[in-house]
Ligand binder design. Structure first.
Ligand code: APR
Length: 232
């Protein structure tokens, strides 16, 4: 089995009922998502930002992993030291599907962090500014552990290293417009390794992939994983 880095985006969770960012216009309560998911929005209107993430936190707990999450977990279980799963998604559907060591480069919805003492803790309930930090007891310092626009994604060094070492790069359900994830295919191309994109349709990055497999992730990713498992 080749060493594979699999990058996933909102499209892999779409068939679990989680809305993608750009397909439906990306609007929430009349705001562009980019206007809610920023440090500036949180400074100026923390209640609005908390409400946005509280809704998503409640929603995600009603969703279930789909066949694409399960297929990737199956592949990872069969070849644990060959498969690296990197996701832009803040949901936990890869983990609930059975994947381990998922690198959430944009953070996690079910985790919060304190901006003062930097402690992080798992969180499933609504959050508001009155909630004291369980570690330092300050109030008004807790925020979703989400990487907002203008902030540095997590795991960039680890991802870069994994991309340098991998033999196949795969992107599933991402529109390829948000960087740095959209440039991972360029790093792979620089290594002269094959690349496969899975998406419902052609994307901004399709021309930079060796191969595009069009179709719903539940079908296309599952078929690809079956091929790999058969080949061993
Ligand atoms: N199967 C495969 N692909 C799908 C499916 C599906 N069932 N449904 C939708 N898609 C594809 C769409 O065609 C689109 O290209 O998934 C992609 C989703 O794109 P975006 O909504 O832009 O999501 P993503 O690329 O993950 O966004 C990146 O942007 O707002 C930020 O931080 C946020 O992590 C997010 C980042």
């Amino acid at each position: 089995m080749k060493k594979i880095v699999i990058l996933t985006g909102a499209g892999i969770s779409a068939e679990s009922g989680v809305p993608t960012f750009r397909d439906a216009g990306g609007l929430w309560e009349g705001h562009r998502v980019e206007e809610v998911a920023t440090p500036g929005a949180f400074r100026h209107n923390p209640a609005l930002v908390h409400r946005f993430y509280n809704q998503r936190r409640v929603d995600i707990q009603t969703r279930e992993p789909n066949a694409a999450h399960l297929a990737i977990a199956r592949l990872q279980t069969a070849f644990p030291d060959k498969i690296t799963v990197v996701t832009q998604n803040v949901d936990d559907l890869h983990e609930r599907g059975g994947s381990v060591d998922v690198w959430h480069m944009h953070g996690e919805l079910l985790r919060i962090r304190c901006t003062k003492c930097h402690s992080k803790v798992g969180w499933t309930k609504p959050l508001d500014s009155a909630e004291p930090c369980g570690q330092c007891q300050r109030t008004g310092t807790l925020r979703p552990d989400i990487v907002w626009f203008g902030e540095m994604p997590y795991f960039l060094d680890e991802i870069d290293l994994a991309l340098q070492k991998c033999e196949l790069f795969v992107a599933v359900g991402t529109s390829g417009v948000v960087y740095p994830a959209a440039s991972f295919v360029d790093i792979a191309n620089h290594q002269r390794i094959p690349t496969i994109e899975f998406n419902l349709q052609k994307t901004a990055t399709s021309s930079r992939f060796t191969e595009s497999r069009l179709g719903p992730a539940t079908k296309a990713v599952t078929a690809w994983v079956e091929e790999l498992l058969l080949a061993g």
